[in-house]
Every structure is written in structure tokens, then in C-alpha cells.
Design a protein around this ligand. Structure first.
Ligand code: XMP
Length: 326
């Protein structure tokens, strides 16, 4: 039975010195646990799995194989960044799986939010299982479990594990971050040399843009979510809101309204902007985004994003609205 209680003597990792001490200690522990064996990691590009990857690359190099599954619901530029940082810069063994068509075909016509989540979760396990079977001699499975996952849910959260793998693929777990809080993971990630926009990024749900393309996902509307999200993130970064606002993103509902572009009538989707602050995601308040910035973003989205003719700002705190729209 693994010990799942953070040692009382463990100091909060808040400085580069403490992060370096943690890293040195973990490198020894990882080498002792793994020896000359092989280890597998599902690398989403989120903070936790990225920090686990960076630690393992330092500890055991090519004994680690990272699998990055592109399910088509990632933000603009994310798969490219994972490949650039881990394969090109850190020289990791990285298997990139383009599963976009698989996921979107399975999701076609499915409108119910929990059903969409189930399909995405189940398909992810299936794709990961197929990749694991192609590799020989894997004995360990690394996971980005962090301490809140253990505290909140007993067994780790779905997006932090690939539990559900069949019996014959039950590997020994490697969980170097399991006693760390999120802020500590970020300090460690920064010290490991990961880019700031990876280490300090806002929370992103496991089902990704899939829950922001409301109702049944179509490829064209999903692109409208991805492109509008990229514009929002770019403008928030330029205007000092990145790192200040807890979570911000766009949603594209599955209805249309009339508009005019270049003197012609249009019948297109609206984009909804959501920007919220919270401590724990249980309640949330809406960020007071400057009106001039909202107008500027509206202008960019309506002129640059295909199929969109309106932009709305969601003024709803949680409760009564949830942070996501599904
Ligand atoms: P809600 O919408 O419930 O979201 O107010 C609270 C926080 O949880 C995130 N979220 C998810 N994260 N898988 C995840 O990993 C999910 O299915 C999921 N749904 C919501 C949401 O982005 C927010 O930060």
C-alpha cells in the first residue's frame, strides 16, 4: 500500500533553492525506483504531466517514452509546443498520436455533455492502450498525480491517470509530484527550465475544447472555438491579464443569428467570452475586463474567425452559472 500522506516535515516549495533540493532528491528516488527499466507517460502538455516528463527525462533519459495524444480538442499551438519542447529541445522519446479523426468521428452527433466526456475519456484509454502495446518491456507508468488529487478524490482524478487499462497492462506507478500542491509544481517546473506559458498556464479541462463547442461537436464550429480562444489568449497576454485572471476562454453555442458583413447578410454563430476568478473553482466571480479591450477583441473575432458574426460577454458568477458551459 503506497503512502499517500504528505510528510509533516516537508517544507512548502516556494523558492528556487527548495525546488532544486526537491529535484535532486526526486532524481535519486526515480533512479532508485526505475533502475534500468522502461517507463511510460501520457503527456498532455498540461503543467503536471509536463513537470513529470521533465523530471523523468533528467532522471532516466531515453528509458522514458512519452505518449502525446492529440484528440483534436487541444488549444491552438499546443501539440506543436509539446513536440518542440520535449522532442526537439529536451531530446525525449516522444510518440505523437494524431487521433483527431478518431475522436471527432466518435463524438459526431453526440450532444449530451456527460456522454461527450465519457466518449473522450474512454477513447483516450483505448488510444493509450494501443500505443502501450506497441512498446516492449515497459514496467512503469508515470502519472502527474498531485496532492489535491489524493486529498479530494481518494483515487486520483480521471485526467491524471490512465486507470482503466486492462489487467495485463497494470504497470507499477511512478508519481513524483504526489505530495505537491499546484503552486509548488509550478516552482519546480520553472526550475526545470520549462517555458513560462506551460508552467503558469490557466486550468484546462481534460475534455478540452470539447465542452466549449456546446452540444454536438462539428469540425467547423470547433475551429471557431479554437481560433477565438487563441485571439482571446493573445489579447489577454498583450494587455497584462494573463496570470491575473484565473480562467478565460471562449464558447461557441450551436445556434446562429443574423448579421451583416461587407454589405451582405450573414447567418452565423456567436462567440461567448468567459473570464472568471476563483480560489477553488467552487464559486467564481466575473473579471471586470475593460470595455475598450472587449470591443477590440470583438472586432478581431468577428473579422478573423470564420462563421462568427457576434461576440457576447458572460456576466454570470458561479453560482448561478458553472465556469464551463457544459
Ligand atoms: P465548472 O464548470 O464545474 O468547472 O464550474 C470548475 C473547474 O473545473 C474544470 N472542469 C473540468 N476539468 N475535466 C477536467 O479536468 C472536466 O470534465 C471538467 N469540467 C470542468 C473547469 O475548467 C473549471 O476550472
Amino acid at each position: 500500500m503506497a503512502n499517500n500522506v504528505r510528510p509533516e516535515t516537508m517544507e512548502r516549495i516556494s523558492t528556487p533553492e527548495l525546488a532544486r533540493a526537491f529535484i535532486a532528491e526526486q532524481l535519486d528516488a526515480l533512479r532508485a525506483q526505475i533502475g534500468d527499466k522502461k517507463v511510460l507517460l501520457a503527456l498532455s502538455g498540461g503543467v503536471d504531466s509536463s513537470v513529470v516528463a521533465a523530471l523523468l527525462i533528467k532522471a532516466v533519459g531515453k528509458q522514458l517514452t512519452c505518449v502525446h495524444v492529440n484528440h483534436g480538442l487541444l488549444r491552438k499551438g499546443e501539440p506543436e509546443q509539446v513536440i518542440r519542447v520535449f522532442r526537439d529541445e529536451m531530446d525525449a522519446n516522444l510518440v505523437y498520436v494524431d487521433a483527431v479523426d478518431r475522436f471527432l468521428d466518435k463524438l459526431a452527433g453526440v450532444a449530451e455533455p456527460e456522454q461527450k466526456r465519457k466518449i473522450i475519456g474512454a477513447e483516450f484509454i483505448r488510444v493509450f492502450e494501443e500505443e502501450a502495446r506497441k512498446l516492449d518491456g515497459i514496467e512503469f507508468l508515470a502519472q502527474g498525480t498531485i496532492y489535491p488529487d489524493i486529498l479530494e478524490s481518494g483515487p486520483v482524478k480521471a485526467h491524471h491517470n490512465v486507470g482503466g487499462l486492462p489487467e495485463d497492462l497494470q504497470f507499477e506507478l511512478v508519481e513524483p509530484l504526489k505530495f505537491l500542491y499546484k503552486d509548488e509544481v509550478r516552482v519546480v517546473g520553472h526550475e526545470l527550465g520549462l517555458p513560462d506559458n506551460m508552467v503558469y498556464r490557466q486550468p484546462f479541462p481534460g475534455p478540452g475544447l470539447g465542452v466549449r463547442c456546446v452540444g454536438a461537436i462539428t469540425r467547423d464550429r470547433l475551429e471557431a472555438v479554437r481560433e477565438s480562444d487563441a485571439i482571446l489568449r493573445e489579447e489577454f497576454a498583450k494587455n497584462g491579464l494573463e496570470g491575473k485572471v484565473w480562467q478565460y476562454f471562449t464558447i461557441v453555442p450551436d445556434f446562429k443569428s443574423t448579421g451583416i458583413k461587407d454589405g451582405l447578410r450573414t447567418y452565423d454563430w456567436p462567440v461567448v467570452i468567459r473570464a472568471v476568478n476563483t480560489r477553488d473553482a467552487v464559486t467564481a466571480t466575473v473579471e471586470d475586463v475593460p470595455f475598450a479591450l472587449l470591443q477590440h477583441i470583438t472586432g478581431r473575432i468577428t473579422s478573423e474567425v470564420k462563421g462568427v458574426n457576434r461576440v457576447l460577454f458572460d456576466l454570470t458568477p458561479k453560482p448561478s452559472g458553472t465556469i464551463e458551459w457544459e
